[in-house]
Design a protein around this ligand. Sequence first.
Ligand SMILES: C[S@@+](CC[C@H](N)C(=O)[O-])C[C@H]1O[C@@H](n2cnc3c(N)ncnc32)[C@H](O)[C@@H]1O
Length: 374
Amino acid sequence: MKIVKKFHLGRLATFAPNRGLPVYNWVYFKEAFSRDLVFLLAESFGLGKGNFVLDPFCGVATTLLACNQLGIDSIGYDVHPIMLFASRVKLRDYDVEALKPIVRKLVKLKFEMPRVEVPDFVARAFSKSILEDVVFFRQKISEVEDERTREFLLLGLMNAAMRCSWAFKDGAAIKVRKRRVPPLRNELRRQLVRMCHDVEHFEVKSCRTTVKWGDARRTELEDESVDAVITSPPYLGKREYIYAYRIEQEILSLGGPPADGLIGVRDGGETEDFSEVEGFIEGEPLDAKLYFKDMFTAIKELFRVCKNGAKVALVTSDGCFRDGVVEVCVPLSEMAKEAGFRAKRVLVVNRRFCTTPQRKKVGVAQEALLLWEK
Ligand SMILES: C[S@@+](CC[C@H](N)C(=O)[O-])C[C@H]1O[C@@H](n2cnc3c(N)ncnc32)[C@H](O)[C@@H]1O
């Protein structure tokens, strides 16, 4: 297995290049990778019409949307209701001529004071008047009968509300800093007009695209049905998915992911059987043990559903802990070999210092693109 430095790919492993891209930028998701990474991989894997791509950790559907633009059939799974909601809204077809008047009417509605009943952490994230506006528009949108239209409007409201909020994400925590924010109604209008414009101009090719609730450790796909996997699992030690989207969850009236659904995250794991991953976890913290155990299950599942000759590209990173770095990139590739894949290369795309809360450096974590073949 070759380990090669490819730092020029580092930016493609982030959301940054998607910021200016229609539809891809309908939700900002720090953990996403870029459309251009998917385009690059699809080209280098020689993928095209008739192929079937899987993203078992699809997040906000970057892989699926890019496949949609390339005319490649694809399927994605996730266990997080917010990610699934955003993916669904981004991947749908809309009748933009029907949407436009609904948007115009919505943003002109006369304000009526709503009953504001929200949890404290939501109330703290907004000024009183912005919160009243958010609740007012949420109420009006919930009255829209057509599900597609309602969810399109709700995604717009979620984005506009977060831009008008005092909250910001700091790792897994939500912090509040009061600042001047624009009026919600203006932001909502701008957001929805932009989304309508995107729908009008975004080009996709005819192909089958599916996004579903599903656990990457056990999909319902048939054996040997997938030509390629382009994905990025949760990074070790990152607990953002559990807490950081609570305000968005409230706005959308969605719950969080199931307690034992997220890779490597659950209570009471101390007593679990780790014998399958023994060689990878010696001396590691419990979080890492659970992570490697779950990832091994997910990798074996990938092996089952991949056709012979299928290619896998997986973006991941080493984990930062108080006492040092837990290597992930190379161990996951070793696991892939144990599952039956040929682990071809580890392309190191980024390096960063891991620090303690007191800012003491405890090591260097690598972010890498792992390439495997069945
Ligand atoms: C790094 S993000 C993927 C980002 C994605 N590549 C994108 O561009 O949006 C990892 C995703 O894995 C999801 N996830 C965590 N545990 C999962 C599981 N057991 N099965 C499926 N998805 C899971 C998380 O909810 C998160 O959306």
